[in-house]
Design a protein around this ligand. Structure first.
Ligand SMILES: [Zn+2]
Length: 202
C-alpha cells in the first residue's frame, strides 16, 4: 500500500493527482470501491448538497439493481477501478489488461457512456499498467489527499479532520463508498463549502 500519509506527493507525468494546473478550479470528491449498498444514500447527500463527484467502481459489484442510472442522471462521473480489485503491480500484462478492459467495457455497456478515467486499486501500478491505460485511452487519476476513511470506522470524525487539515484548492480527495464515510459526508461537504471550496469533476 503506497498510501501511508494523508498528503500523497506523487510526481509522475501522465498521472493526475490534483487539478491545480487546470483552468477549472475547485476540488474533486472521489469515491472508490462501489457500487456499494450505500450508493443511494451517498447520492441523497450529494443531491441535497448539490455536489457532483467521481465514482471509481470495481465492476464485479455492478449489479443492474445498483442505481447507476441515478449516478449518471445526477451528473456524476464513473471511472474504472478494475473488475476484481487486484494489486495490478503483481499481475502479468495480459491479466492487467483483462482487469482494466473488463471494468471499462462493463461500465460502458451498462451506462452507455464512454469511460475516460481509471484509478488503480490500492494506488498500485507499474509501467505496464500505464501502457495499458494509454492503449485504452484512459486517464489515470490518483489523489493528493487520502481521507483514510477505510481505517476509521470507529473514528469517522477523523475522516473530516484529515481532509480539513490538508485540503487545498485543486485537491483530489480519496474517499470510499463506506458507511463511516456516508455518516460524515454531509458535515464534510458543509465544512468544505464554509471554507470557500466548490466542487467539480474532470
Ligand atoms: Zn479500491
Amino acid at each position: 500500500m503506497v498510501t501511508t500519509e494523508v498528503v500523497y506527493n506523487l510526481e509522475e507525468e501522465n498521472i493526475l493527482t490534483n487539478v491545480r494546473n487546470r483552468n477549472e478550479t475547485g476540488i474533486i470528491l472521489t469515491f472508490d470501491d462501489g457500487p456499494s449498498k450505500y450508493l443511494n444514500e451517498f447520492l441523497d447527500v450529494l443531491e441535497e448538497e448539490n455536489v457532483e463527484a467521481m465514482f471509481f467502481w470495481q465492476t464485479r459489484l455492478l449489479h443492474h439493481k445498483r442505481p447507476w442510472n441515478r449516478v449518471v442522471a445526477n451528473g456524476h462521473q464513473i471511472g474504472a477501478h478494475t473488475h476484481r480489485h487486484p494489486n495490478l503491480s503483481l499481475l502479468r500484462f495480459d491479466d492487467q489488461l483483462h482487469e482494466i478492459q473488463t471494468s471499462k467495457e462493463t461500465i460502458e455497456q451498462v451506462t452507455g457512456k464512454a469511460v475516460q478515467y481509471f484509478r488503480p486499486p490500492f494506488g498500485q501500478y507499474n509501467e505496464e499498467t500505464l501502457a495499458i491505460t494509454k492503449q485504452l485511452q484512459l486517464e489515470t487519476v490518483m489523489w493528493d489527499i487520502a481521507s483514510f476513511d477505510w481505517e476509521l470506522k470507529q473514528h469517522p470524525d477523523q475522516i473530516v479532520e484529515n481532509i480539513m487539515n490538508h485540503v487545498q484548492e485543486g485537491s483530489i480527495l480519496l474517499l470510499h463508498e463506506l458507511e463511516q464515510t456516508l455518516i460524515v459526508l454531509p458535515i464534510l461537504i458543509q465544512k468544505l463549502k464554509a471554507s470557500g471550496y466548490h466542487f467539480s469533476t474532470l
